[in-house]
Design a protein around this ligand. Structure first.
Ligand code: AMP
Length: 176
């Protein structure tokens, strides 16, 4: 069955061969620039979590900041930035992860949340799942109570969902 996509999802632009040949890049910048589409997208992302008692949203740099901060406000939760190396002051927790051809690292402030805080992780796109899997490990280092993860777009067929630990609910608003 062909999925039916909401009208606002048309503001997400497909850019072929960016940032390198063979990648179909899902560009959310036109969505962000459209007030109604941005609002609808954030409300759709928030819907599954409204009754979940989310206390903090962990957003992954950089587009996970934009959607994650908006989602945090929508859910009445705090926002915690998960950043690229060397950006956060003070003591940090770190997690290495491997991408297609290289490895990378993400960090979070060691005292960002109290142990047991009920969190949801957010990014714009789930592709191979490496980024979100690493962020989940960081949430584990923070001793957060992970309620699940939320992405605006899941690229089905890249195996991202399977890379996440079993038992972590993943809510994808749009699946392509
Ligand atoms: P991955 O770790 O492979 O799941 O990749 C997810 C991260 O890379 C997210 O932070 C996305 O913003 C970005 N990303 C990966 N693939 C795409 C794509 N096709 N379009 C837009 N962003 C992507």
């Amino acid at each position: 069955m062909t999925p039916v996509y909401p009208e606002w999802s048309r503001t997400i632009r497909d850019v072929a061969d960016f940032p390198k040949p063979g990648i179909l890049f899902k560009d959310i910048t036109p969505l962000l620039a459209d007030a109604k589409a941005f609002d609808a997208a954030v409300k759709a992302m928030a819907a599954p979590w409204r009754a979940a008692g989310v206390q903090a949203v962990l957003g992954v740099e950089a587009r996970g900041f934009i959607l994650g901060a908006a989602l945090a406000l929508e859910l009445g939760a705090g926002f915690v930035p998960v950043r690229k190396p060397g950006k956060l002051p003070g003591a940090t927790l770190q997690q290495e992860y491997t991408l297609e051809y290289r490895s990378d690292r993400i960090e979070v402030c060691a005292d960002a949340i109290a142990p047991g805080t009920r969190v949801v992780l957010v990014d714009d796109v789930l592709a191979t799942g490496g980024t979100l899997a690493a962020a989940l490990l960081l949430a584990g280092q923070l001793e957060a109570q992970v309620l699940g993860a939320a992405v605006l777009v899941e690229l089905d067929g890249l195996g991202g969902r399977a890379r996440l630990p079993a038992g972590v609910p993943l809510q994808a608003t749009l699946v392509y």
